[in-house]
Design a protein. Structure first.
Length: 295
């Protein structure tokens, strides 16, 4: 009889991955992120239902990768990124311990963004990419990491704006200009602004705001910025701070109640943004109002 050559067993998983910070609990929907400490050794990552991007943080690391029938040996430097679409497994071997900023996108979140781009569906897809070096994508990734690090100061609408922009960059599509307007129509802008002001105490999303304008999310973001001069999330935060300031000066409600009524996660979240935009804390603002009344 002919001898049967046994199939070699796969190399054992020897590395560990420990998440030291996670977006769980920050109110992000359809996507998330975590900062992961990765030990030296072999790491097997199973196929998952969501898309993953791993961005290298810190000093260069020698690494090997086997994914999508491709073998790569490379030096991972700060900002290098690997994109692993849903349903794809792989393995990575790191020579020394390192840190990864890992971002995931739910498939339905990615599909909605893909469908709203004007590129042909066959062109606008998430494909495996390894050691991706893209300055604009890195800028978005580090901004999202700053939101993760900020923790209680994180704003879900801002994080959603960053996540959507990252996806658009990964897909390689941009809202087409063509014959479309470059600003929102005056009635559309007024309708969106009215909706924002009437719902500052609610969780506002890009999808709900874009639906009010009857536009795709990517196109709405671009037109809103051109019309109002600031990104959507920045405008919403400014309006929340303005509303909170007015209520604090009235002196009728507690600071914690005002924070909830103006859409902030809690009082310290409101204090963070008031300090950032107005340069004063809620207590200092109320103190100045009392001094003016006594004068």
């Amino acid at each position: 009889m002919n001898a049967v050559t046994p199939i070699p067993a796969p190399a054992p998983h020897t590395g560990s991955r420990i998440a030291v910070r996670s977006s769980n609990g920050l109110g992000w929907q359809g996507f998330g992120a975590e900062l992961v400490n990765v030990s030296a050794g072999l790491h097997r990552l199973p196929a998952l239902r969501h898309h993953r991007v791993g961005v290298h943080v810190g000093a260069p690391v020698s690494a090997r990768c086997l994914c999508d029938a491709r073998r790569l040996t490379r030096i991972q430097t700060h900002g290098d990124a690997d994109l692993i679409p849903a349903g794809l497994e792989g393995q990575w071997t790191d020579e020394v311990a390192c840190t990864i900023f890992s971002v995931w996108f739910a498939d339905d979140f990615a599909q909605r963004t893909l469908e709203q781009l004007t590129s042909k569906p066959s062109d606008a897809q998430l494909r495996p990419r390894f050691q991706m070096r893209d300055a604009r994508f890195q800028h978005l990734a580090w901004a999202l990491r700053a939101e993760l690090d900020a923790n209680d100061a994180s704003d879900p609408l801002y994080a959603e704006s960053l996540g959507t922009a990252m996806l658009v960059r990964l897909i390689g599509g941009e809202p087409a200009e063509g014959k479309r307007r470059r600003t929102l129509a005056p009635r559309t802008a007024a309708r969106v602004i009215e909706f924002i002001d009437a719902n500052l105490d609610q969780r506002l999303t890009l999808e709900s705001l874009a639906a009010h304008a009857q536009l795709s999310v990517p196109h709405f973001k671009a037109l809103f910025r051109e019309t109002l001069g600031v990104p959507v999330h920045q405008y919403v935060v400014q309006r929340r701070v303005e509303r909170a300031r007015a209520l604090l000066l009235q002196g009728r409600l507690s600071a914690s109640r005002i924070a909830l009524d103006t859409g902030f996660a809690h009082q310290s979240h409101m204090a963070h943004w008031m300090g950032r935009l107005l340069g004063v804390t809620p207590r200092e603002l109320r103190g100045s109002a009392s001094d003016d009344a006594a004068a």
